[in-house]
Design a protein around this ligand. Structure first.
Ligand code: ADP
Ligand code: MG
Length: 315
C-alpha cells in the first residue's frame, strides 16, 4: 500500500475513505471511496470546490443537487448523500464501477449495432424519465457522462448468431450484449451539472459541449427537451461510426456545420450499417425541432423495437 498515491483529505468527509480519482472537471474531482464502517460499501464522491466559483456557478451546484435529490430511475446516477462545508460541496453517489462509455469507445473504436442499441436504449429510458416524469432537460449528454454500472465482462469465446462476423474486432476484456457469457449490464446517465427544470418553458442559456450541441443552441435560439434528442443522435452516430458527426478543429467552422446540420454517412465506415440505423440517426440529427424525433418516437422506432428486421432492410 506504500505505492498508493496520496489523496487529499477533506473536512466533513470522515465517513468516506477516498480510494482513487475517477474523473475531474473544471471545479470538481470525482473519487471512488469506501465506507470506513463497512469497506464493501463503495461510492463515488464528487468534490466541488465552491471557493473557486462565482455566485452563478454556486447556484448551478445548488440546482445540480436539487435535481439529483429527485432522481429515482435504474438508468440514472443515484444520490446517496450531500455534505456541504464552507469551501466544498461533496456529492455522494452510487458508484458506477464500469467507468465511462467514452473509455470503452476509445478501446473498441466503435460498437456493433447490437451493442450500440443496448447502450443507447438505456440512455433513452433515462431521458424519457427526465423529460416526461421530472420535466428536466439534461443538456450534457455525451459519452463521458454515460457510465457503466459494473465492469464490462469479457466476451464469451462461443460465437453467437447476433454477432456473427463481429468477433474479430473485440479484444480481451471488451464486452458483448447481455447474452451468453458476456454482458455490459446496466448503463447510467450521470452529471446533472447543466441540467435544468424547464416544465415546458424554453430556455436560452448556451451550454454543453460544442460537438454535441444542437443547432438551436449554436444559433443562440430558445430551446428545450429537443436538445437532448440531438445529443442522443450525436452519441449514437459516434458509437456506430467511431467518430462524431460534426467535427472541425476551428470552433467557428464547427458551429456553422452544426447550425446547418451538415453531416454525412461516409464511406467506408457506414457501408455495413443498416438503413434502419441510418434512418434513426438522421431523424435525430434534424435541424427542424418540430420534425426531430422526441423521446417516445425514438423508443418506438423499428431500429429499437425490431432489431431482427435490420438485415432485411439492408437488402
Ligand atoms: P463534471 O461536471 O466535472 O463533468 P461529472 O459528474 O461528469 O462531473 O463527473 C466527472 C467524471 O467522474 C465522469 O465523467 C466519470 O468518469 C466520473 N464519475 C462521475 N460520477 C460517477 C459515478 N457515480 N461512478 C463512477 N464514476 C463517476
Ligand atoms: Mg461530466
Amino acid at each position: 500500500a506504500i505505492s498508493q498515491k496520496k489523496l487529499p483529505s477533506y473536512p466533513g468527509l470522515d465517513r468516506w475513505e477516498l480510494l482513487d480519482l475517477l474523473g475531474t472537471g473544471a471545479f470538481s474531482n470525482v473519487y471512488r471511496a469506501s465506507d470506513r464502517e463497512n469497506k464493501e460499501n463503495k461510492v463515488a464522491v464528487k468534490v466541488l470546490r465552491k471557493f473557486e466559483m462565482n455566485e452563478q456557478q454556486k447556484g448551478n451546484v445548488k440546482k445540480e443537487i436539487e435535481i439529483m435529490r429527485q432522481l429515482n430511475h435504474p438508468n440514472v446516477s443515484e444520490l446517496i448523500d450531500c455534505i456541504e462545508t464552507n469551501q466544498y460541496c461533496h456529492i455522494i453517489m452510487k458508484l458506477s464501477s464500469g467507468g465511462e462509455l467514452f473509455n470503452q469507445l476509445v478501446k473498441l473504436t466503435y460498437l456493433s449495432e447490437d451493442l450500440a442499441r443496448h447502450v443507447i436504449q438505456q440512455v433513452a429510458e433515462a431521458v424519457l424519465y427526465l423529460h416526461q416524469t421530472l420535466g428536466v432537460v439534461h443538456r450534457d449528454i455525451k459519452p463521458e457522462n454515460i457510465l457503466f454500472e459494473s465492469i464490462p465482462m469479457k466476451p464469451s469465446k462461443i460465437p453467437r448468431p447476433t454477432l456473427a462476423g463481429e468477433e474479430d474486432k473485440l479484444d480481451e476484456g471488451d464486452f458483448m450484449p447481455g447474452v451468453g457469457g458476456g454482458g455490459i449490464g446496466v448503463v447510467k446517465l450521470g452529471d446533472f451539472g447543466l441540467s435544468k427544470v424547464i416544465a415546458g418553458v424554453p430556455t436560452a442559456t448556451p451550454c454543453g459541449t460544442m460537438s454535441y450541441a444542437a443547432p438551436e443552441i449554436v444559433r443562440d435560439e430558445k430551446y428545450t427537451t429537443e436538445v437532448d434528442m440531438w445529443a442522443i443522435g450525436c452519441v449514437l452516430y459516434t458509437l456506430l461510426a467511431g467518430y462524431p458527426p460534426f467535427y472541425d478543429p476551428d470552433t467557428k467552422v464547427l458551429m456553422k456545420k452544426v447550425a446547418k446540420g451538415q453531416y454525412t454517412f461516409d464511406s467506408p465506415w457506414w457501408n455495413d450499417i443498416s438503413n434502419d440505423a441510418k434512418d434513426i440517426v438522421s431523424r435525430l440529427l434534424t435541424v427542424n425541432t418540430n420534425e426531430r424525433l422526441n423521446i417516445e418516437e425514438f423508443l418506438a422506432h423499428p431500429w429499437i423495437t425490431q432489431p431482427g428486421k435490420m438485415d432485411e432492410s439492408k437488402e
